[in-house]
Write a protein that binds this ligand. Structure first.
Ligand SMILES: [Zn+2]
Length: 83
């Protein structure tokens, strides 16, 4: 299901909703007023999610790399101490 951003004109509540393309959400989740408008940010949200995913992958890679280097260093130390 697609992802939509909504903004309430009445209380400025910004919220996200998942619903079918043909469905229309018109009630604010906070104040219950039917004064919300759809914010066209579906593409932006998708890009942001992709970037977050990539950033997460990069962090994971960095952690893996550090662990490898640490294990390597420990290996060398062991060898140095036990000739
Ligand atoms: Zn509202």
């Amino acid at each position: 299901m697609p992802f939509y951003n909504y903004e309430c004109v009445s209380c400025n509540n910004k919220f996200e909703a998942f619903h079918a393309v043909n469905d229309v959400l018109n009630t604010c989740t906070k104040c219950g007023e039917q004064t919300i408008k759809k914010v066209p940010s579906v593409i932006t949200a998708t890009v942001r999610d992709t970037q977050r995913q990539q950033a997460g992958d990069r962090v994971k890679e960095a952690i893996e790399e550090n662990r490898r280097l640490l294990l390597d260093a420990m290996d060398h130390n062991k060898r140095d101490h036990k000739p």
